[in-house]
Write a protein that binds this ligand. Structure first.
Ligand code: UD1
Ligand code: UDP
Length: 388
């Protein structure tokens, strides 16, 4: 029976791996073991609780204000023992965090096969997103099976010389997670959010956390949002503030105390996804939200200069606005005040997946381990809104 060791450590990896872990655990053909680095602590535990996942190993490595080097060395040290003890037939990693790259490296050191979920996304700029672009490339170099979410991601891998028979286009598991979480009847436990969403008042949803935005770029983002809040008393701004102290300090300095801005703790995935579904506009530097919001038909202004997720930009739902205060302010004003502009961006589009990514990944594993003879089915986005 093939033994699969799934390793993740941060909130977004957990959200995107949870449906796969759940699906794998239902397969009697596999033994499934889960190890978390806990590069994030509270924000990881929120997701584990929601999806009822109890890890077999928890390295508990998070320290406040941790450096990249500290995360790298602590995860690498911690994983050696787990892999030596479990002797898995494959390690599954996800995406582009430091846990991702280091888990792939730890697997390689033990000569264990690596499967990379959400493989092949690229900006081509090694410092943007930093360090995620290199984390993803380095993990890719150590990977035996690449689960590319889209055709573009597969093309990036092919252009780097990856063998075509090692790449499978599966769709993104984030859409699997989203489709089982968003519910029009969802009620918020937080009375402020329940009142806001029940009142029908428009609100803008903001998140920001990227390393390359720390300091001045993030201050410019928050100042632009403050001007939007000043200009639109009829609209609220909701900002669940990432746990990172670099983000929290600046957020409270610039936006704290503003009557139109609701600063709250990071939300559990269920209320967060449902909040996004009720929002008017999303401003974010998040990777995952660039995939989720388009499939909910929410216009997104991306607070970054590059994106490794060009599909929704092409589809028109996402626009890259960078971190210039004036540009963010003007672009958001345009979307908020011009109904044609809004309608053009607010068309639901699903270039990232159809909710079947986990099923396809398991078919690929079956094929790899000789449990199935037919080629796995691949995700095929036709480019037409709402069609696959
Ligand atoms: C990490 C990932 C980034 C991903 C992001 C998702 C790396 C280098 N960065 O960035 O790719 O987009 O997660 O959110 O892998 N903290 C807490 N509690 C938590 C989580 C974080 O207190 O539950 C604080 C700690 O002080 C911690 C700091 O945030 O030291 C930074 O966490 P870290 O994982 O190093 O980086 P992120 O900015 O969260
Ligand atoms: N998210 C959440 N609660 C929040 C903010 C975000 O559950 O308060 C979810 C969001 O829906 C997405 C993921 O967290 O699935 C994105 O995480 P983040 O922006 O931290 O990381 P990235 O995607 O940029 O790596």
């Amino acid at each position: 029976m093939p033994k699969i060791l799934t390793i993740f450590g941060t909130r977004p990896e957990a959200i995107k791996m949870a449906p796969l872990v759940t699906a794998l655990k239902r397969q009697p053909e596999y033994e499934t073991v889960v190890a978390v680095s806990a590069q994030h602590r509270e924000m990881l535990d929120q997701v584990l609780g929601l999806f009822h996942i109890s890890p077999d190993y928890d390295l508990d490595i998070m320290r406040h204000g941790q450096s990249l080097t500290q995360v790298t060395s602590r995860v690498l040290n911690g994983l050696e023992e787990v892999i030596v003890k479990e002797q898995p037939d494959m390690i599954l990693v996800h995406g582009d965090t430091t846990t991702t790259f280091v888990a792939a490296l730890a697997g390689y050191y033990q000569q264990t096969a690596v499967g990379h979920v959400e493989a092949g996304l690229r900006t081509g700029n090694k410092y943007s997103p930093y360090p995620e672009e290199m984390n993803r490339r380095l993990a890719g170099a150590l990977t035996d099976l690449h689960f590319a979410p889209t055709d573009e991601a597969r093309d990036n891998l092919l252009a780097e010389g990856t063998a075509p028979d090692k790449i499978f286009v599966t769709g993104n598991t984030v859409i699997d997670a989203l489709l089982t979480t968003v519910d029009k009847r969802f009620q918020f436990a937080d009375p402020v959010l329940e009142e806001l969403t029940a009142s029908g008042k428009k609100f803008l949803l903001l998140t920001a956390h990227r390393r390359e935005n720390w300091g001045k770029p993030m201050a410019r983002i928050f100042r632009a949002v403050k001007r939007l809040a000043d200009n639109h008393p009829e609209m609220a701004v909701v900002f669940p503030v990432h746990k990172n102290p670099r983000v929290r300090q600046l957020a409270h300095e610039i936006l704290g105390g503003h009557a139109g801005v609701v600063l709250i703790e990071p939300l559990d995935y269920q209320p967060f996804a449902n909040l996004m579904d009720r929002s008017q506009l999303v401003l974010t530097d998040s990777g995952g939200m660039q995939e989720e919001a388009p499939s909910l038909g929410k216009p997104v202004l991306v607070l970054r200069d590059t994106t490794e997720r060009p599909e929704a930009v092409v589809a028109g739902t996402v626009r890259l606005v960078g971190t210039d205060e004036e540009k963010i302010f003007r672009q958001a004003e345009k979307v908020l005040t011009d109904p044609d502009e809004y309608a053009q961006m607010a068309q639901a589009t699903n270039p990232y997946g159809d909710g079947q990514a986990c099923k396809r990944i398991i078919q690929c594993l079956d094929y790899y381990f000789g449990l199935r003879s037919e080629q796995p089915m691949e995700f095929n986005y036709s480019g037409e809104i709402g069609k696959y």
